[in-house]
Write a protein that binds this ligand. Sequence first.
Ligand code: SIN
Ligand code: FE2
Length: 217
Amino acid sequence: MSTPDLFRDLATQPEPMRLGDGAWLLPRFACDRAEAVLATLADILRQAPLRHMQTPGGCTMTVMMSCCGDRGWHSDPSGYRYTAVDPLSGRRWPPLPPVFAAVAAAAAEAAGYPAFVADTCLINRYVAGAKLSPHQDRDERALCHPIVSLSLGLPARFQFGGPRRRDPLLRTTLAHGDVVVWGGASRLAYHGVLPLDAGHHALTGSFRYNLSFRRAG
Ligand code: SIN
Ligand code: FE2
């Protein structure tokens, strides 16, 4: 790498931050691909529109969701599960776009998971006040693969704890282009998002998007 490149990288790429054993925040990791990801996302959401899902307890989630990939995550009063077909349209979920798979693989590798191949992406869209209570991602068949979580648009306050609900939650801000990767001993870590503050982002307006890449099958 030439010297000018090295200086540029140091200026724009803060150091990875360890959130737990096998869990890393990669600040701004995907900034340079964010516009390509958002353009592709718009296309996906035309095929599989965002919707408010219901929890098994019958509550309506404040975050709007959709999916792409071989399977999509779905929640309704009968439970959480992955489905091959979008229950809203009766058609298969849109395929996982190459730019999504590439960002997911690169971030996983940077966090120490070199062989990660995502087969699904859960899309979350937050407006002011939307939140996600602390939970585990545990509906995937094999828990040996990490979760790779990309934040786009407005910043959010993210909580990240341990495998037991009572484990302390650390708090960090997730900004546009940040990627969090958790696997190994942290794969079942509880995590959540505090209510989003109102704001405006040049690329996403009043929204925050989170794309979480997983291997579900
Ligand atoms: C999730 O847990 O599915 C989303 C986390 C986030 O929005 O950062
Ligand atoms: Fe999650």
